[in-house]
Write a protein that binds this ligand. Structure first.
Ligand code: URA
Length: 458
């Protein structure tokens, strides 16, 4: 019933500024919003009759008051149908189309590797991603640090590339979840990112619009995640799975730790470089292990493999034969990229300044705080402090050690890549207290702490 009511844009009038104001007050006071009001509010936002500041106020009201299940369902579908009023139809493409989304992390370049890797095994991967949000990096910003790589694709081009290469990585557009594109930028600068219903609707709104048949989610928990505790991360995963399943899309989630950045590189071009290493099978252990786990789940959902061992064998072959790297090159070329930068990563943007920070003592690395490092990256210009800010693709960090490793006093633990002295100093200030060394090795923590699927809804 509800679904039908949302399969095309409403003919209900866009709310007047006064009506929008009343809806904000209603939510601020803890009231429940009706589905038609939510849809009209979202349409007004996309059309510009609901002002950005009104949407920011609504997001803040939701931050404090939440959305109940029906409101969340309506809010998600309002995002999903904010483009053409229906999801992309991928039924002409073979097999079960599967995508993955992460709830946001630091140094999380996994999508750049995962999408072409899985596609190189024959599974079609339509991937609609986001930009950097808060202290976390965004897949689109990373891809755009490759010269010419276009993530703003028309529906026709998206579908054409997907049909020819089995993978395409793009952003929200005027036809694909435009509400999320606007909302994302607004939430990023109005302190309304770390809010369960807004995260859940943002992720599922765009993922359901792209037309994938099934979804794998990487739900982060820990200091650098939007959901710091396992309890909150499980609640987010359950909500995401609930929306996916209600839409008839099998959805599974891995819960993974985000206390320290993934891999060594943080910052757009630096992460592309590391992702290329991963596509050659040489990447850092933690990032490779999580990418492989997510890839296995995608192959199982796509029925490309019947069991884990079979999926692993298919994936290993695709990686070591060079097929995964070649798939990334083919996709990037189709999206306008200068592929010379992929063959020779030294051609990627490079910052002017490089400064190493030294370990204050000898011992074992106990802490490399993801949140502080993510905020440091924003200070360098790798992320945005204001919606209209340009990203500096070349800046960021390279971690020279990982938690649990032994380090000597005076040995460098991190490199800062910057283009301006002032920003370098601001980043250094952010890193204060982000690094800790202890005498004993820290207790080893598993990177993946849980798996959830529709069984968690019962
Ligand atoms: N990823 C998204 O796509 N949206 C959010 O709100 C957070 C992470």
């Amino acid at each position: 019933m509800l679904l039908q009511a949302f399969t095309s844009p409403s003919t209900s009038p866009k709310p007047s500024p006064m009506r929008a104001y009343e809806l904000i007050v209603h939510k601020r006071q803890g009231g429940v919003l009706g589905a038609a009001d939510i849809q009209a509010f979202m349409e007004g936002f996309v059309a510009g009759t609901v002002a950005d500041y009104q949407m920011a106020a609504m997001c803040m009201a939701i931050f404090f008051r939440g959305l109940n299940e029906e409101e969340l369902w309506a809010w998600t579908k309002a995002i999903m149908y904010s483009g053409e009023g229906e999801a992309f139809n991928l039924s002409s493409l073979p097999g079960i189309k599967v995508d993955k989304h992460s709830t946001g992390g630091v140094g999380d370049k996994l999508s750049l590797v995962l999408a072409p890797w899985v596609a190189s095994t024959g599974v079609v991967v339509p991937m609609v991603s986001g930009r950097g949000l808060g202290h976390t990096g965004g897949t689109l910003d990373k891809l755009e640090s490759i010269e010419g790589f276009c993530t703003r694709l028309s529906k026709e081009r998206f579908l054409d590339i997907l049909g020819r290469h089995g993978v395409c990585m793009a952003g929200q557009t005027q036809t694909l979840a435009p509400a999320d594109k606007k909302l994302y930028a607004l939430r990023d600068v109005s302190a309304t990112v770390d809010c369960l219903p807004l995260i859940a609707s943002s992720i599922m709104g765009k993922k359901l619009a792209e037309g994938a048949d099934a979804l794998v989610l990487d739900v982060k928990l820990g200091n650098g995640a939007f959901m710091p505790t396992e309890t909150k991360a499980r609640a987010l995963a359950q909500t995401l799975i609930g929306i996916g399943e209600r839409m008839g899309k099998p959805t599974v989630a891995l819960l993974s730790r985000m206390d320290a950045p993934l891999g060594h590189a943080i910052g757009n071009a630096l992460e592309v470089k590391e992702a290329l290493e991963m596509l050659h099978g040489r990447g850092p252990e933690d990032a490779m292990a999580l990418t492989r786990r997510l890839a296995v789940e995608m192959l199982l959902l796509a029925k490309r493999a019947k069991e884990v061992a079979e999926a692993e064998a298919v994936l290993s072959h695709a990686l070591h034969s060079g097929a995964a790297f070649q798939k990334f090159v083919d996709m990037a070329k189709a999206q306008g990229a200068n592929v010379a930068q992929l063959e020779n990563p030294k051609l990627l943007p490079k910052a002017k300044l490089c400064k190493a920070l030294l370990s204050p003592r000898t011992g074992y690395v106990h802490k490399q705080e993801a949140m502080a490092i993510g905020l440091g990256a924003v200070a360098l210009g790798a992320g945005r402090a204001r919606a209209e800010e340009e990203i500096d693709a070349s800046v960021g960090f390279v971690l020279l050690c990982k938690p649990g490793e032994h380090i000597e006093k005076g040995q460098p633990w991190i490199e800062i890549h910057a283009n301006e002295e002032g920003r370098l100093e601001a980043a250094m200030a952010r890193l204060e207290g982000a690094f800790e060394v202890g005498e004993e090795p820290p207790k080893a923590q598993p990177l993946v702490v849980g798996y959830m699927d529709k069984g968690c809804l019962i």
